[in-house]
Design a binder for this molecule. Structure first.
Ligand code: MTE
Ligand code: MO
Length: 366
């Protein structure tokens, strides 16, 4: 039997169709950030969201090599010790899956059914990609840089290694790292052990895990994850535009205590400080507003100082909670004026859904 019998395009759920066994299977492998973990400045690794397209490969760190070749003067193969001997840099980065919010789109694109929780922040340590590219002396004709992971699978009938490319300009800009440590420790297997790419400000698909090769091309990369997947389109036959940087988002730490099944929050009446985190990959967040009536009226939040450009920022707002039922939400606006909407425009892949979060909160009688 041929693999192309698995080539059906990504499906969109029928009206009213519930989450199916195939989506549940993905959701049970790929976990989100429990929203109470927004309390940590740096996400403990086990609480950081995880997304893996195929299998988590078992990589022997002694056998591992990074190959850098293609359109350059000085091809290089290095082992882990050689990589770690180069000058290192640590950058705090908030990473978010491009599919975050997918399950809240109507109709629902059938894939990993994230609500709002596909996010995490880590201190990534590694070698700046720009330093490595300097070392190998990239030729002037080079335009794209392809990153290949050690994982292998099939997607819509196409057998492939996980590969993503950046333009040479994007690869040289903004703190892109070839990282071997997360929060000061070797990468956990699910986060790319022993080495992954980190592309600050970009959605997760660009941060290639289990990195084994970096190849310079003199033409645009047309691999599956760039040319077919991760494109914003409303119908399957249009080429669409590439998914790239992270849209602005604010997320509230759910206040009070939860009901086990519905996750409705309960609070006792009185003053409460609502807290959360905000980020945008395009431009720094300029303001955050909070609403207790589902976005009809907004209250400005206090923004904590920026730790660095690529890490989320804390925000807070006091609220005098009186008995009743509330729909809490928050929205971020970045300094380019990109504003988080109550309802983001739909696309077929279910990408970049930064529609404002909605938390049902019941303030109990005194
Ligand atoms: N090699 C490889 N890299 C990958 C992936 C993958 O499946 N294989 N998934 C990508 C996607 S879609 C996301 S959102 C991030 C998730 O990174 P994390 O699991 O460390 O949070 O890794 C990216 N890098
Ligand atoms: Mo993702």
């Amino acid at each position: 039997m041929a693999i192309d019998s698995y080539s059906s395009p990504a499906r969109v759920a029928e009206a009213g169709e519930g989450i199916g066994a195939d989506e549940l299977q993905l959701a049970a492998r790929n976990h989100g950030l429990p929203l109470e973990a927004l309390r940590y400045d740096v996400t403990p690794p086990g609480l950081h969201y995880v997304l893996v397209h195929y299998d988590i490969p078992l990589v022997d760190p002694h056998e591992w090599r990074l190959h850098i070749d293609g359109c350059l003067e000085q091809p290089v193969t290095m082992d882990l010790d050689e990589l770690r001997a180069l000058p290192e840099r640590t950058v705090r980065v908030t990473m978010e899956c491009a599919g975050n919010g997918r399950a809240r789109y109507e109709p629902r694109p059938v894939s990993q059914p994230w609500l709002v929780e596909a996010v995490g922040t880590a201190d990534w340590t590694g070698v700046p990609l720009a330093d490595l590219l300097h070392l190998v002396r990239v030729r002037p004709e080079a335009v794209d840089v392809v990153f290949t992971g050690a994982d292998h699978g099939v997607e819509r009938g196409v057998e492939q290694d996980y590969q993503r490319a950046l333009s040479l300009d994007d690869a040289l800009a903004g703190d892109v790292l070839v990282a071997y440590a997360m929060n000061g420790h070797p990468l956990p297997p699910q986060h790319g052990f022993p080495v992954r790419l980190v592309v600050p400000g970009w959605y997760g698909m660009a941060h290639v895990k289990w990195l084994t090769s970096i190849e310079l091309l003199d033409h645009e990369f047309d691999g599956f994850q760039n040319a077919v997947a991760y494109r914003m389109r409303t119908s399957p036959d249009e080429p669409g535009t590439p998914v790239s940087r992270i849209e602005p988002r604010a997320l509230l730490e759910p206040p009070g205590f939860p009901d086990f099944m519905s996750r409705t929050r309960f609070l006792h009446p009185g003053p409460v400080t609502l807290r959360g985190r905000c980020w945008s990959g395009w431009a720094p967040v300029a303001s955050v507003d909070v609403s207790t009536d589902g976005g009809t009226t907004w209250l400005p939040a206090h923004l904590e100082p920026e730790v660095n450009r690529w890490a989320w920022r804390g925000f807070s707002r006091t609220w005098d909670a009186v008995p009743g039922s509330y729909a809490l939400t928050a929205r971020a606006v970045d300094s380019d004026g990109r504003a988080q909407p109550l309802d983001a425009a739909w696309n077929r892949g279910g990408f970049a859904n930064n529609s404002a979060q909605r938390l049902t909160v019941v303030v109990l009688d005194a």
